[in-house]
Design a protein around this ligand. Structure first.
Ligand SMILES: [Zn+2]
Length: 82
């Protein structure tokens, strides 16, 4: 399906409303977008997706944590988590 939406990192199937809002399939919570694009279902996936992408950049080496701009967005995306 064209409008199938999956978590950028774990590829879990997510819900999308007609208004384009992405929701968690179990909790119905509105899900944020990853810094590099695409919805993510949890803070863990948000962080992991950033690290995976940054590690894949030419010459970057293995990233252990997201870059500072990506981390700022992660903090905004999940204000209730730590
Ligand atoms: Zn996920």
């Amino acid at each position: 399906m064209d409008d199938e939406v999956r978590c950028r990192y774990c590829e879990r199937l997510l819900k999308k409303t007609s208004g384009g809002v992405v929701l968690h399939p179990d909790t119905g919570d509105r899900l944020p977008m990853n810094f590099y694009g695409g919805p993510v279902c949890s803070k863990r996936c948000d962080i992991a997706a950033c690290i995976a992408l940054e590690s894949s950049m030419p010459g970057a080496g293995i990233a252990r944590r997201p870059g500072s701009f990506a981390q700022e967005q992660i903090d905004r995306n999940w204000p209730d988590d730590d």
